[in-house]
Design a binder for this molecule. Structure first.
Ligand code: FUB
Length: 314
């Protein structure tokens, strides 16, 4: 009887102590994590990398994404896949042969969920190339279904949308096009309320993309991947307003030890702990455009600076 009870206690212990493991989603590729807490649950809005179909005339060895899934979790370990919420085949303005549905974001306002995503437009821009526009899809629940708007946001050309709503209710849209830009959003969350403004005082040299802005204890943190040397590392700047001025403050995560060229981040506080979401190419070490989302804990120093995170790769 004693042996049996010890065994039962051990089994119960194991069941209660499932460990989070990186990468966190293992049945498909995920990248560019944007994470939000909605109604006490964590929602993950990633890009969805797929291997390039051989017969579509697509650039080989490049990013290939045709849709978005949304995932949710209450414990950072077990993730529910809410399925495809937006795809290149159901957005009127998106070139459905472009496989260009790059890093998205989502935010809640007045009970509606606004999902922002970049993709190639059907029309050719003044530079003779198909431009990236940024569109919005709206849902009543964070897991969808999402209804895409007929047109992309006017006045925005770029990738990696990120939305922040300040304490006074003003919403801001950030995006990237070599540098990082910001504009105010109207209350409808669908139109710009001010002209795009380039964020100043960030490193002059090297690609900057993937903006993610958050506020903690009155400090506004603008985080972004930056090619300081040869591949991206996660950096941040601190400021006293959503539009700056910002001062470069340091590195959140060094270049990938797996040599994944990109990285992309979001930070949230959940149950009194801060977390960094990022991606590596752990499920595809031979092709770094097939990525997977990972999580690590994030810690702040007393002066508000961020402690550098070493990726936990398993
Ligand atoms: O996923 C495609 C692009 O790679 C993203 O838009 C960038 O942030 C980089 O992660």
């Amino acid at each position: 009887h004693r042996k049996l009870s010890v065994l039962i206690v051990l089994i119960l212990f194991c069941l209660n102590n499932t460990q989070a493991q990186n990468p966190i989603i293992r049945n498909q590729l995920t990248a560019d994590p944007s994470v939000r807490v909605f109604n006490g649950k964590i929602y993950l809005f990633p890009s969805h990398d797929i291997p390039t179909p051989p017969d579509k005339g697509l650039r080989k060895k490049w990013f290939c994404m045709e849709d978005y899934h949304v995932f949710s979790s209450s414990n950072l370990t077990d993730w529910t896949d809410h399925g495809i919420v937006v795809s290149q085949y159901n957005v009127p303005w998106v070139d459905s042969t472009s496989y260009s549905m790059w890093a998205p974001d989502c935010i809640e306002r007045n009970g509606k969920y606004y999902f922002y995503f970049p993709a190639n437009t059907k029309t050719v821009g003044p530079n003779g190339r198909k431009n990236f526009g940024i569109g919005v899809a709206i849902a009543d629940k964070p897991g969808g279904p999402y209804v895409p708007q007929a047109k992309p946001i006017e006045g925005v050309h770029g990738i990696d949308p990120n939305v922040f709503i300040d304490k006074d209710g003003q919403a801001y849209l950030y995006w990237a096009m070599g540098n990082i830009y910001v504009a105010k959003l109207k209350d409808n969350m669908l139109e710009l309320a001010s002209g795009p403004q380039k964020i100043e005082n960030l490193p002059q040299k090297g690609l900057k993309e993937g903006p993610y802005l958050f506020e903690r204890k009155g400090i506004y943190y603008l985080t972004y991947p930056h090619v300081a040397h040869s591949i991206e590392r996660l950096e941040y700047a601190m400021g006293n307003s959503p539009v700056g001025p910002f001062k470069v403050a340091g590195v959140v995560m060094d270049e990938s030890p797996m040599h994944c060229w990109t990285n992309h981040q979001s930070m949230i506080q959940y149950k009194n702990q801060w977390y960094l979401f990022y991606h590596q190419d752990a499920l595809s070490p031979n092709f770094d455009k097939n990525r997977s989302v990972c999580i690590d804990s994030l810690f702040f120093n007393t002066d508000g600076t961020i402690q550098k995170v070493t990726p936990t790769l398993r």
